[in-house]
Design a protein around this ligand. Structure first.
Ligand code: PLP
Length: 411
């Protein structure tokens, strides 16, 4: 029942889609979703612990859907000749999540927010552009500059200084020697394998940015909004960033929307020129309605507390997998509900992904860590759902270990 869909995808979109879906063990076509569950056209239900960390509030949270539906009937996209009440409210709502004064620029994708931060960092400067710096194994998206920051397939126009993970002295030395315009960090690296950076490392980078005048940009697109157990993942370090990037769950998993949030000083170029990083659909009324409803949910539903509590239970599940299937599962990492399992080899991670999908559970590979699989459920995952997930994860880990067992029998 999936053949017509993948054939059409391959014919009219990338030829690689059919191959990729088949490699992933395609069994169905996604039809609809609710809470932690995705339902296929076959009627089969899949427990969603993946989806690239978008569904922090589950699928179609009723409060976000209601707010968006109301807006849809009124004014989904505006003329932009006049301001909208919803657009103003969304900025106020997002700013309220910070204990210091900030200003907000809404955008459409994470990579676009990254580009906006680069524009801010370089605004008003002339002459040769100062380089950018980013932590190794980070991921910031796939526009041209974001790919360069992520260390992905070049050639790149941007010169990016790569800061070694957790080597404080070398990272500080590199920032001081190269004088970047901005330093990009994810307090918990998502695509890099759900790996938290230490508080000491973040503090050292903050100090080096102060010394050199670089903007410190915390990319919280994946790790923010409570997913790691605090509203912002950088919070545990006590630092104050100049710029924070927000995305993925910001539209409640209902409308795609991202934002750049900056201190007054860092935002100054946008105060002078609001068109500095403008985009036709940025902050459209539908997205604004989703943001306001989503921010309200964070508090009403104590989302960060839920992520901490369920994150502890999930950590135990992953620790048991590591302990029981150690030959294949070599480690686990993460914070709150941004977690990962690492395998001895990339092919074992592939076997695991295949086997867990066949058992009706969705998890996500890591774009920057081929041996690692991410587990990023909704904050509303129930204890029963976690128990269901554990059974499937264990069965899939057993499949990965059997690959190793069979190899040692043969040799
Ligand atoms: N930054 C981080 C930390 C991300 O995880 C991602 C996407 O995975 C991005 C930026 C890019 O966001 P988008 O895919 O919406 O462009």
């Amino acid at each position: 029942m999936t053949d017509d869909v993948v054939a059409e995808l391959g014919r009219y979109q990338s030829r690689a889609w059919p191959l990729l879906f088949r490699l992933a063990g395609l069994v169905d076509v996604e039809a609809h979703a609710d809470g932690s569950w995705v339902v296929g056209e076959s009627g089969r239900r899949y427990l969603d612990l993946g989806s690239f960390s978008v569904f922090l509030f589950g699928h179609r949270h009723p409060k976000v859907v209601d707010a968006v539906r109301r807006q849809l009937e009124l004014l989904p996209v505006s003329s932009r000749a006049l301001p909208t009440r919803g657009g103003a409210a969304a900025g106020r709502a997002l700013a309220s999540l910070f204990p210091f004064e900030v200003k907000v620029q809404f955008l459409n994708s994470g990579a676009e927010a990254v580009e906006a931060a680069i524009r801010l960092a370089r605004a008003g400067t002339t002459g040769p552009a100062r380089p950018l710096a980013a932590v190794a194994d980070g991921y910031h998206g796939r526009t041209s500059a974001a790919s360069a920051l992520s260390g992905l397939d070049g050639p790149h126009v941007e010169h990016v200084v790569r800061l070694p993970r957790e080597d404080r002295d070398q990272a500080v030395d590199l920032i001081e020697r190269t004088g970047p315009a901005a330093v990009f960090v994810e307090a918990v690296q998502g695509e890099g394998g759900a790996r938290p950076l230490s508080d000491d490392y973040l503090v050292a980078i903050r100090a080096a940015c102060d010394t050199t005048g670089a903007l410190l940009v915390c990319d919280e697109i994946q790790c923010g909004l409570g997913r790691c157990g605090t509203t912002w993942a950088y919070e545990t370090s006590g630092i104050r960033p100049d710029v924070v990037l927000v995305g993925k769950a910001l539209g409640g998993g209902v409308v795609p929307v991202t934002a750049l949030v900056a201190t007054g000083a860092a935002f100054a170029p946008l105060d002078r020129d609001p068109f500095l990083c403008t985009s036709t659909f940025a902050g459209n009324p539908l997205a604004a309605a989703a943001v306001t409803a989503t921010v309200a949910l964070l508090d009403e539903e104590a989302v960060a507390d839920r992520c901490r509590a369920t994150g502890r239970a999930l950590e135990q599940v992953l620790a048991r997998l590591h302990a029981d299937f150690g030959a294949a599962v070599t480690g686990h990492d993460g914070r709150g509900l941004l977690r990962s399992l690492t395998f001895a080899r990339p092919d074992l991670a592939g076997e695991f992904l295949h086997a867990v999908l066949a058992r009706g559970v969705l998890v996500t590979p890591c774009l920057r860590a081929p041996r690692t699989v991410r587990v990023t459920p909704s904050a509303f995952l129930t204890a029963d759902e976690l128990a269901t997930a554990e059974q499937a994860l264990r069965a899939a880990a057993a499949v990965a270990r059997s690959v190793i067992d069979n190899e040692s029998v043969r040799s």
